[in-house]
Design a protein. Structure first.
Length: 576
């Protein structure tokens, strides 16, 4: 479709046709929540966020109960409640982002980036909510991203967006091995073994633990296939395009699962980063961070509420509640073990051994809890857990009972499993070193528990930042050195390049001038690796306004007025 209106129409009509064709008149239930949300956003901007969150969740619960969706899915049947779950995520995020757009002062970087400054038209809103590439299963997408895609803004504003053919085929090919494994092994490993087979229960605990690990891995293949197919659909539509990084196209906007990373994760804390990724982001940005209140750090209570919301979103079954409630404790227990790993970080053999142990204990816990997610009904869940001698819970609460690391005082070394999640009283005032579970470190000054002053931040991939910090963010003058040889020396604001500075690439290119929000903006000089240079004005990362291009010997090659990177004479080189 050549126009945004055409894309909205196509998205709305195809999404509506899809749910009605698959689920009959029941598919129209999705329109009820879509219409309710848009009217709420129209009538009361600030109250729309909580009103839509509560209203759509209650409506989703009603549909779950009236359709007995969990038991239907367990039997291999499908209905429109699965699509309603995805639509609920979209509607709640859109309403909250619209409320955020009224006042951006106290927002996080993510909230500021996704905020909606204007109410979308009814057609655009319907196109977003019913977009068929993100309707029957995750991933979803943000309203701002959908609008950029439809209106050809942001990453889609390029004159020629990279072809989606290869990224789509690659994701489809990734799904085939998991599809084959599921077809081959699922029929010979019935779930009834967990709660009804006495011979199975008579086996040694180590055998049952191994069987359960294989069974759950096979079961996860079903989700891997579904999410990979959804990712392929998003790539095919172009919505999966995430822009260019160093000239290389990224197709990760629709990524919802990373199977290998999930199966090899050595910490429960990192599991959400690889499983149901888009839903995890929604839980993080629209529940976990918001229930704590603006400007406040989330606590364990925030995590517990988030897990409960996740369980309710899935449906009112005991199994969902058990899984998500106890998974909050599993995440906390994983942090305890990680703390002990950090205390032995100078002992490589001990660290490697603990990493393997951590991986094994995470598998024991997650597979044990997943029994409840699969069986759903209270009697079956408890019976299955009894047959496993409550092993997963014993591991979790045994870890939680371990002595905690003391609080930091003075000059010390301390750890953080997830960035910025330490309580203020556990952090320090003065000089210290902070470690993250993924391998990142900060070495520098703190004020009242926040990074403040001069500090050095090292990423696991070898990238480094040396410079000024303020309120836990990179602010002021600093020097960034990327793993690939890129370097920037200059001004930063809230971890974004903003102000004057010099950026250099390993191939010899460089830019010296003004930046705004990570984009060349203002006056600057760009130099190509062959010695040519452009000296002039920029806007939004592109040449815009008067400028002069010089040959390597200093002679003028071209001069004139650029318009967003373009000049009538196409022979004039355009800087990236």
């Amino acid at each position: 479709m050549p126009t945004a209106t055409g894309r909205h129409l196509l998205s709305t009509s195809m999404g509506t046709f899809l749910v009605v064709a698959l689920f009959g008149p029941g598919g129209f239930n999705l329109l009820v929540s879509v219409i309710f949300t848009w009217i709420a956003m129209l009538c009361c901007r600030q109250a729309a966020g909580p009103a839509v969150f509560i209203g759509t969740m209650v409506y989703l619960l009603y549909l779950h109960v009236s359709n007995a969706s969990g038991l239907a899915w367990k039997e291999g049947n499908t209905d429109y409640t699965g699509a309603q779950m995805i639509v609920t995520l979209k509607l709640t995020s859109a309403a909250l982002n619209y409320a955020d757009g009224e006042d951006k002062e106290s927002l996080t970087d993510f909230q500021r980036a996704k905020a909606l400054t204007a109410l979308p038209s009814p057609l655009a809103f319907a196109g977003y909510a019913l977009n068929p590439t993100a309707l029957l299963s995750a991933p979803g997408c943000e309203m701002s991203d959908y609008l950029d895609w439809a209106e050809r803004k942001g990453p889609w504003s390029m004159e020629k967006v990279p072809s989606a053919v290869l990224p789509t085929l690659r994701v489809l090919l990734e799904a085939f091995p998991y599809f084959g494994l599921y077809l081959a092994l699922a029929p010979i490993m019935p779930e009834s073994d967990m709660h009804a087979d006495d011979a199975w229960a008579a086996r040694p605990l180590w055998w049952r633990t191994g069987w359960l690990s294989i069974f759950m891995a096979v079961l996860r293949c079903r989700f891997y296939v579904a999410w990979k197919l959804a990712e392929a659909a998003m790539n095919a539509s172009g919505l999966g395009f995430g822009g260019l990084v160093d000239g290389v196209p990224k197709w990760d906007r629709g990524t919802n699962v990373e199977p290998i990373s999930f199966e090899l994760a050595t910490s429960a804390v990192s599991l959400p980063a690889h499983w149901n990724i888009q839903t995890g982001r929604w839980l993080r940005h629209y529940v976990y961070e918001r229930v704590a209140g603006r400007g406040k750090k989330p606590t364990f209570l925030s995590l517990l509420i988030t897990q409960i919301v996740s369980g309710v979103w899935h449906g009112l079954y005991a199994g969902y509640g058990l899984f998500f409630f106890f998974s909050a404790f599993m995440l906390q227990a994983s942090k305890v073990l990680h703390h002990h790993q950090q205390r032995l970080s100078n002992w490589r053999i001990a660290t490697a051994g603990l990493a393997v142990l951590h991986w094994f204990l995470v598998r024991v816990q997650i597979n044990f809890l997943a029994e409840a997610f699969v069986l759903l009904e209270w009697p079956l869940c408890i019976r299955a857990w009894q047959r496993m001698q409550f092993l997963g819970l014993l591991v979790t609460f045994s870890l939680l009972a371990q002595p905690q690391l003391g609080k930091a005082h003075g000059i010390t070394n301390f750890t953080a499993p997830i960035a910025n999640n330490l309580k203020q009283e556990d952090m320090q005032h003065g000089y210290g070193v902070e470690h993250w579970e993924g391998g990142s470190t900060y070495n520098g000054q703190f004020t009242q528990g926040k990074k403040q002053g001069h500090g050095i931040y090292n990423w696991p991939d070898g990238s480094k930042y040396m410079g000024q910090w303020s309120s836990n963010a990179i602010n002021g003058y600093g020097h960034y050195m990327g793993k690939d040889g890129r370097e920037f020396r200059g001004a930063w604001r809230e971890a974004v390049i903003h102000g004057c500075g010099e950026y250099s690439w390993p191939d010899g290119r460089s830019f010296c001038g003004q930046y705004a929000d990570d984009q060349k903006h203002g006056f600057g000089v760009f130099t190509w690796k062959d010695g040519r240079r452009f000296q002039g004005f920029w806007q939004g990362g592109k040449q815009h306004g008067y400028g002069v291009t010089y040959k390597p010997d200093g002679a003028i090659l071209r001069q004139g007025v650029w318009n967003m990177g373009r000049q009538p004479d196409e022979s004039t080189p355009t800087a990236p």
